[in-house]
Design a protein around this ligand. Structure first.
Ligand code: PLP
Length: 286
């Protein structure tokens, strides 16, 4: 397996960074998660745009153009002969010293890791995931914005640990104001009385799958209401589904041990899962 590392394609064993990399020392860097289906990269430009926005938000200048980044991503797949893959571009602040000061880091380190990847949740797309609400909070807009896909994912790791301990497939975050936020690696949609709701992206990552889901629902004539939601909305939902690059669109049928609606994936969710499969199989950058 070849990994892009600062302009070269090197074997896995050579793709190692310094202990002085501020990405390692401080989580000072940004990343993306991208999928390829059938040899085509899904929403490539959107992911590259978000990578650069994340970098801009932490005052990190990526020393290559977006076009070069896209080409490096595509070339990584070609060199590894991957058609159905998960791709992880990472840009760290680079090698500095033990101090915080980013001015000590002369240039960012850029990595692109890819691997073969199929459906993350297997049969659960049919039967549904279980979710658990977690005590750890997602930042709201006034703190470090969750729109930054940074290398500091400790919040999400803590949420995952909690979900694992409580025996759930996915963690469900609230923000410090008690508003529904997202999953540890996906956005959340609620269906109630035929209407679809999702929280505004002030307290969650502006998901590219979320945007695709909104488009697909609207094509089906289903309007999506972007509103602040709470625990009440979660527990009283008729259906819930989550969206993310890794998770795709997946039903969530239980929260904190309680059945959601009938306890089975509902009609809107089923349509969404199918529509998302169709769009990933039929679009993308070759
Ligand atoms: N929320 C978080 C915290 C994530 O890490 C991800 C994954 O990228 C998402 C949501 C879903 O975003 P996207 O659909 O762009 O993958």
């Amino acid at each position: 397996l070849l990994i892009y590392y600062n302009g070269e394609y090197v074997p896995k064993s050579k793709a190692t960074t310094s202990v002085y990399d501020h990405g390692f020392l401080y989580g000072d860097g940004v990343f993306e998660g991208i999928r390829a289906y059938n040899g085509r990269v899904f929403k490539l430009r959107e992911h590259v745009d978000r990578l650069y926005d994340s970098a801009t938000a932490i005052a990190l200048k990526i020393p290559m153009t977006k076009e070069e980044m896209e080409e490096a991503i595509l070339e990584t797949l070609r060199r590894n002969n991957l058609r159905d893959a998960y791709i992880r571009p990472i840009v760290s602040r680079g090698n500095g010293d033990l101090g915080l000061d980013p001015r000590k880091c002369a240039k960012p380190n850029i990595f692109i890791i890819s691997q073969e990847w199929g459906a993350m949740y297997g049969d659960l797309y049919e039967t549904g995931l279980t979710g658990v609400t977690v005590a750890v909070r997602r930042n709201a807009a006034d703190a470090l914005s969750p729109n930054i896909k940074s290398l500091n994912y400790l919040n999400n790791i803590l949420a995952k640990i909690e979900a694992n301990e409580k025996g759930g497939d996915e963690a469900i975050f609230f923000d410090s104001n008690g508003y529904l936020s997202e999953g540890s690696g996906d956005n959340i949609f609620i269906i109630k009385n035929g209407k679809v709701y999702t929280p505004p992206t002030v307290n969650n990552l502006r998901g590219i799958t979320r945007a695709t889901a909104i488009e697909l629902l609207e094509e089906m004539g289903i309007k999506v209401h972007v509103e602040n939601l709470g625990m009440f909305d979660l527990y009283t939902a008729d259906e819930i589904f989550v969206t993310g690059t890794a998770a795709e669109a997946a039903p969530l049928v239980k929260v904190d041990g309680r059945a959601i609606g009938t306890g089975k994936p509902g009609p809107v969710t089923k349509k969404m899962v199918e529509a998302f499969k169709r769009v990933t199989q039929s679009t993308g950058t070759p």
